[in-house]
Ligand binder design. Structure first.
Ligand SMILES: NC(=O)c1ccc[n+]([C@@H]2O[C@H](COP(=O)([O-])OP(=O)(O)OC[C@H]3O[C@@H](n4cnc5c(N)ncnc54)[C@H](OP(=O)(O)O)[C@@H]3O)[C@@H](O)[C@H]2O)c1
Length: 248
């Protein structure tokens, strides 16, 4: 049940699918604070299902179908929030499409599509968030990274380059708008997330890793929330998260 103390604040989460995912857990965490949470993803049904679940718990949640690779759609999302919600306080960019394949056989379109979602989409969301938050001089813009943000591996040329690119967009943004009071941070998720995406992609993964061998979605969301709460004399720009038994 939300405590309502932040009912005068809006939050946006871009890249939301199932409740058991990083985006869904973030929406849940922010909703618990009483914020008006705008959830953005490409699939109306999934957004509506999550909104219904969070509203049943007293949350104020608005789904906005948005493809983060479209500049027009991202601007429309932020305009919609400005018109229909209380002042913006927190934006999280979580979209990512971890697909892999041999570089030698990789189609150019595949490479570009991965970059459009994970890197270009992050640029668009970061830019719009900064344009809206800089004039008010406060707020957080948080981004989801992955192990691939820090290293390339065989089969991961597209995803690793996109995630590494996103990391540099985030660092650049942090250095540009940090001095204007905006907390920009990147969260490197260094392990498998125990959510719907991985369970669907890799059946039986829980047997291999055990539930504690994967990152718990609500624990990840809590880390995002704690970043947002940090005092501005002691900000984290990059945080890495991994299960205690991850081999890294
Ligand atoms: N899962 C893992 O093991 C893992 C590990 C390390 C890092 N990560 C990172 O964590 C983030 C995702 O977390 P998750 O795996 O738990 O998934 P999730 O948060 O449950 O889902 C992310 C959602 O993003 C949406 N999305 C994809 N492309 C989009 C686009 N162009 N515009 C708007 N929304 C879009 C998808 O929904 P629609 O298709 O309905 O739009 C998807 O459901 C990614 O940044 C990923 O790189 C994941």
């Amino acid at each position: 049940m939300p405590d309502g103390s932040r009912a005068d604040q809006s939050a946006i989460v871009v890249g939301v699918g199932a409740r058991q995912g990083v985006g869904g857990a973030l929406a849940h965490r922010l909703s618990r604070e009483g914020m008006h949470v705008f959830i953005a993803g490409r699939t109306a049904d999934r957004l509506e299902a999550l909104a219904t679940e969070l509203r049943a718990d007293g949350g104020v949640v608005t789904p906005v179908v948005t493809d983060t690779t479209s500049e027009e759609a991202v601007i429309a999302l932020f305009d919609h929030v400005e018109k229909n919600g209380p002042p913006l306080e927190l934006v999280a960019f979580n979209a990512g499409n971890n697909l892999w394949g041999s570089l030698l056989e990789m189609e150019a379109d595949f490479f570009e599509d991965i970059w459009r979602v994970a890197c270009f989409g992050g640029f668009l969301v970061g830019r719009e968030a900064a344009r809206r938050l800089v004039p008010i001089g406060r707020g957080s813009i948080l981004f989801t990274g992955a192990s691939a943000s820090l290293r390339g591996k065989a089969q991961f040329a597209a995803f690793a380059s996109a995630k590494a690119g996103l990391r540099m967009v985030v660092q650049s943004l942090a250095r540009e708008v940090g001095p204007q009071g905006i907390h920009v941070a990147h969260v490197v998720i260094d392990g498998a997330v125990n959510g719907e995406v991985v369970r669907n992609k890799v059946p039986g993964i829980e047997d291999r890793f055990g539930s504690e061998g994967m990152l718990n979605v609500d624990a990840i969301a809590e880390a995002f929330w704690q970043l947002h709460l940090q005092h501005r004399t002691a900000w984290t720009q990059e945080l890495d998260l991994r299960p205690f038994k991850e081999n890294w």
